[in-house]
Design a protein around this ligand. Structure first.
Ligand SMILES: Nc1ncnc2c1ncn2[C@@H]1O[C@H](COP(=O)(O)OS(=O)(=O)O)[C@@H](OP(=O)(O)O)[C@H]1O
Length: 346
């Protein structure tokens, strides 16, 4: 009996040791070995644990702030540089200064972004995240990659895809006086299509063109349905045009970055009528070749800041009346009353 009891005790001890080893092995395979087919950044992007908001908790105040990226340290940079998926998207709206915003933002040492619109979530989703990543510029771990494609906000499917990609991503939406946006869209259509020969007056007869320029609310509502309001920053083209640094600093705070936008990075060019890059700044010289610019002036090319078609007062009043209900919806949704052309302006 004693012998049987000893055998049973020894057997039980061996079984316990075996089970302990097995569970440690499973932990090792399931939790600690990364899947070599999926990059760490992708896993982080999908994970609810890591959000860009976590950075905000440790965001230094402006007086303690040193840019995290030291681009002069080429040797260190070369080792750590890789293409990374975006953590912030400028999703709209077209003709609202999205290119100027994205390009000026890259003056920040902790922000990078591709020059072109990648249109991944609208046009190239089938190519997968690795393709999307391949479209991004090299960056350091500490830098945030920003991509801008203004058509994303118009597509509910694209917004769902963005949410699936990274539910805690930061989104920037730029809006503009819809009357000016309407003129800008016409000038764009005229420049983009050689065969386009419609006069502005006949183009205005198409109600859809007016609604398309004014209906921000429908699309912003979709954004708020899928993302928390703290993830969304609404900026105004008019402010970007007149006081660009104020907008850039808002974005910097929104992203939890150091305050690195100095007054001398941009200069107003009276011939162009817009702020342009200060060509003497070191950061501009680093970036110049990555942007679509007039390299003589440091301003954007002629495709930004086009001449707008004239509108007579009566037509303008008619359009503004049509737009005003859309504006009211936007003001109610965002809690911001933009100082745009309104029926009382006439
Ligand atoms: N600094 C600076 N320089 C040049 N242009 C500036 C600038 N800031 C804002 N803008 C305005 O940006 C408008 C174009 O907006 P987008 O870049 O969003 O257009 S697009 O949707 O990508 O085609 C463009 O519209 P248009 O004036 O109709 O060309 C500009 O008014």
């Amino acid at each position: 009996m004693k012998l049987i009891a000893t055998i049973l005790t020894v057997g039980a001890i061996f079984s316990i040791i075996y089970l302990l080893q097995l569970s440690t092995f499973q932990m090792g395979t399931r939790h600690y070995l990364p899947d070599p087919t999926i990059s760490t950044r992708y896993q982080l992007a999908e994970s609810p644990v890591f959000t860009i908001d976590n950075r905000n908790e440790s965001t230094p105040t402006s007086d303690q702030c040193l840019p995290r990226n030291n681009l002069t340290d080429e040797a260190a940079g070369a080792k750590l540089l890789e293409k990374r998926l975006p953590e912030c998207l400028i999703i709209g709206f077209a003709k609202c200064g999205t290119y100027a915003l994205k390009s000026f933002l890259t003056l920040h040492p902790d922000i990078v972004g591709p020059n072109q619109e990648v249109a991944f979530f609208t046009g190239y989703y089938h190519r997968g995240y690795d393709w999307y990543r391949s479209q991004m510029p090299l960056s350091l771990e500490s830098q945030i990659t920003i991509e801008k494609t203004p058509s994303y906000i118009l597509s509910l499917q694209a917004l769902w895809r963005i949410r699936k990609f990274n539910a805690s991503i930061k989104l920037i939406v730029s809006v503009r006086d819809p009357l000016i946006r309407l003129q800008s869209s016409y000038a764009h259509a005229q420049a983009a299509h050689e065969a386009f020969n419609e006069t502005f007056e006949s183009w205005l007869l198409n109600e859809d063109n007016i609604i398309r320029a004014a209906d921000y609310a429908t699309h912003i509502k979709n954004v708020f349905r899928l993302f928390q309001s703290s993830q969304v920053l609404i900026v105004q083209e008019e402010e970007l045009e007149k006081t660009p640094l104020a907008v850039l600093r808002k974005v910097e705070t929104f992203l939890g970055l150091c305050h690195a936008f100095e007054n001398d990075l941009l200069v107003f060019n009276s011939e162009k009528g817009f702020f342009c890059f200060n060509q003497t700044s070191r950061r501009y010289q680093e970036l110049e070749h990555t942007l679509t610019l007039n390299h003589k002036t440091g301003c954007f090319t002629r495709s930004k800041g086009r001449t707008h078609p004239q509108i007579d007062r009566l037509t303008m009043k008619r359009i503004v009346l049509k737009m005003s209900s859309y504006n009211e919806q936007l003001f109610a949704l965002t809690g911001i009353r933009f100082n745009w052309t309104h029926p009382g302006s006439f």
